[in-house]
Write a protein that binds this ligand. Structure first.
Ligand SMILES: Nc1ncnc2c1ncn2[C@@H]1O[C@H](COP(=O)(O)OP(=O)(O)OP(=O)(O)O)[C@@H](O)[C@H]1O
Length: 305
């Protein structure tokens, strides 16, 4: 269990994380989603004691990270897959972790197998690893102490589709065994296939939180016509809220049957009509992304302050 309570982090007057609270629960994979610069890494760095909080606190398994008696065996952390010494081999890096934590030698081979790094890959220097191999090794270092909690910053970055499926299965198994997983991503679709719960952050604040299913279900109806203007006019006349979505479609705040009936009554032929399935979440995420890009353009001091 990870508990974030009213966490705020300021850098010289710039608020990177603004009164953030959420819980990542055992048995669940919690996705921490937000556009670049939203505050995900900062929150995770505070979690593991690398950055002090300006206000609020984070507890892991009921204690602050600094107060955990045996942190490596309680919390597995991957913040930056490229932070390993490039001149060491994968096996050496796992061996250092094994010795530091006082674990039996056998865990090195077990971990290599768990993260699907072959014998010859394990003997290669990390500078010659692909990004995906570095992520696997980083996940291995996080897992080696058999922790109860995993905190992973952008672990899917650099993984190919097969790698993402591998990671999903691995994290699913970890959570099914009672573990708590928190992983961040700036890509909705990447996290959508892995997470059970979502916490969405934008400009340092939580903007949505809940089970993935509930957030994806709250999408309304997606409808497309060859004549979008006539469709929009018909919906407006019927006082049904709608916004523009991808490729001329409309995202409508009403049930499927109501939208179909309204279009039919107005004589507007449709080419697509379906439950939006997360389009609401996607729209919200795109708006957030656009906002943060606009902020960085219109507020040049914002990010660096
Ligand atoms: N040491 C620092 N000093 C000043 N500002 C910082 C510092 N670290 C982070 N920031 C700022 O805090 C904000 C949040 O950054 P953070 O790295 O937490 O975002 P993120 O959500 O992890 O983004 P990304 O997906 O790009 O990794 C950004 O505007 C960033 O520039």
């Amino acid at each position: 269990m990870i508990n974030v309570e009213s966490l705020t982090k300021k850098y010289a007057g710039f608020t990177a994380v603004d009164d953030v609270s959420f819980t990542a629960r055992p048995g669940r994979v919690t996705g921490f989603l937000g556009p670049n610069g939203a505050g995900k890494s900062t929150t995770m760095r505070v979690m593991v004691g690398l950055t002090p909080a300006s206000a609020g606190e984070v507890t892991i398994l009921g204690r602050r990270f600094a107060d955990l008696p045996d942190p490596g065996r309680e919390v597995g952390v991957l913040l930056d897959a490229s932070a390993q010494h490039a001149g060491r081999t994968g096996r050496e890096i796992l061996t250092i972790a094994q010795r530091t934590m006082g674990l039996p030698k056998s865990v090195v081979d077990e971990t290599l197998e768990r993260v699907s790094l072959t014998e010859s890959e394990a003997g290669r220097r990390v500078r010659n690893y692909s990004l995906g191999m570095r992520q696997r090794l980083g996940i291995g270092v996080a897992l080696i102490g058999d922790p109860e909690v995993l905190i992973l910053d952008e672990p899917a970055n650099g993984l190919d589709p097969a790698g993402i499926r591998w990671m999903r299965d691995l994290l699913r198994g970890f959570a099914d065994d009672g573990g708590t997983v928190l992983l961040s991503s700036h890509l909705l679709h990447e996290i959508e296939v892995i997470a059970d719960d979502l916490v969405v952050i934008g400009n340092g604040r939580i903007v949505a939180e809940g089970t993935k299913d509930s957030l994806l279900a709250a999408g309304g109806t997606l409808v497309r016509s060859a004549d979008p203007a006539a469709l929009a006019a018909a919906l407006t006349a019927a006082h049904i809220g709608h916004t523009s979505a991808d490729r001329g479609a409309l995202l409508v705040d009403a049930e499927l049957a109501v939208v179909g009936q309204t279009a039919f009554a107005a004589g507007v032929p449709l080419v697509e009509l379906r439950a939006a399935d997360g389009a609401g979440l996607e729209e919200m995420f795109l708006t957030l992304t656009a906002e943060s890009q606009r902020d960085s353009i219109t507020d040049p001091e914002g990010a660096a302050a």
